[in-house]
Design a protein around this ligand. Structure first.
Ligand SMILES: [Zn+2]
Length: 310
């Protein structure tokens, strides 16, 4: 694919389209209110090096931009306070001395003020505002054969069915929650990683969903591993994503691996980090063998790089 300009990764194979959720309206815009500083828990901990986050809370990295993750301090409470964006439950981690909400911010979010809602013991609710900073994502314009962009009626119907199914998979919120000190992920395959998360693709002048995952270059058949412990909640061969495995890590944190040449896991499997989920391929709408890796937090595709050490 003669794609133009994802930096030096321009030769990376990619998929034509990616999944996305219906735009969520939970994150509100401009009404003024007191901004609550989004201080990560480690920043207020006493007796630790100020320059280096505690390993227990360093992942995912906080980056309050569209497609990123905000870490929002909720304060002390004897029990875990439920927190939400709109009706969507958030992952809240910590202990009685201090809780933190991890908030996946949709790529479609407008920069500015956003809010979460926290339910305190006794049922009282309060809003916490935070600021979503702007982030520029590269736009890529491609000209391809029209039939690769315009879906047939049959393909369109298939895509819509799958879209609904995938939205349900992404809405999974299970317990137990993942341990706060074990959210650093291992890349599912070794290989050159694209920096194309958030890339806005325009095919033949038609804007498509932004790229909502990380592409990793790897040869056909390379084993694909679980990035964290989890439970396989879905497998299938989908129109855009090809052979896909969805892994639930708990608390609305979910990962997906796509375009697999084969699937080596089944729904219900409980797997450790490193378990083989399948093999790299080019199924679905992919221009060549590579792994597309997606990470979901509160039904939102976020940048997988925030979960990696390097
Ligand atoms: Zn991709």
């Amino acid at each position: 694919m003669g794609g133009n300009g994802v930096g030096h990764h321009s030769a990376m194979p990619f998929e034509y389209f990616t999944t996305s959720l219906p735009r969520r309206t939970a994150l509100l815009g401009a009404l003024g209110a007191l901004l609550s500083p989004t201080v990560p828990a480690w920043a207020t901990a006493k007796g630790h090096h100020a320059t280096k986050p505690l390993a227990t809370t360093a992942w995912p990295h906080a980056l309050a931009v569209p497609g990123g993750i905000a870490r929002i301090a909720l304060g002390a409470a004897t029990t875990r306070p439920p927190a939400f964006t709109g009706e969507v439950p958030l992952l809240v981690l910590g202990d009685a001395k201090g809780w933190t909400a991890l908030v996946g911010i949709p790529l479609s979010t407008a920069p500015g003020e956003a809010r979460i809602r926290v339910q305190d013991a006794g049922g009282a609710q309060r809003d916490i505002a935070y600021t979503v900073a702007p982030k520029h994502y590269v736009e890529q314009r491609l000209t391809v054969a029209p039939r690769t962009v315009d879906l047939s009626a049959q393909d369109q119907a298939r895509y819509e069915r799958e879209h609904t199914h995938i939205a349900n998979v992404m809405a999974t919120f299970s317990e137990p929650l993942p341990p706060a000190n074990a959210l650093r992920m291992t890349a599912p395959v070794a290989g050159r990683r694209s920096s194309s998360f958030g890339l806005r693709r325009i095919f033949n002048g038609q804007p498509r969903n932004p790229h909502s995952g990380m592409d990793i270059a790897a040869g056909m058949g390379t084993p694909v591993h679980a990035p964290l412990p989890g439970t396989v909640i879905d497998t299938g061969d989908y129109f855009f994503n090809g052979n896909t495995v969805w892994l639930d890590h708990g608390g609305g944190l979910i990962s997906m691996v796509c375009h697999l040449s084969s699937i080596a896991a089944k729904v219900g499997d409980v797997v450790p980090t490193g378990a083989v989920l399948g093999a790299v391929g080019a199924t679905g709408r992919a221009t060549g063998p590579h792994l597309h890796w997606g990470v979901v937090l509160n039904r939102t595709m976020v940048d997988p790089a925030l979960f990696l050490a390097d």
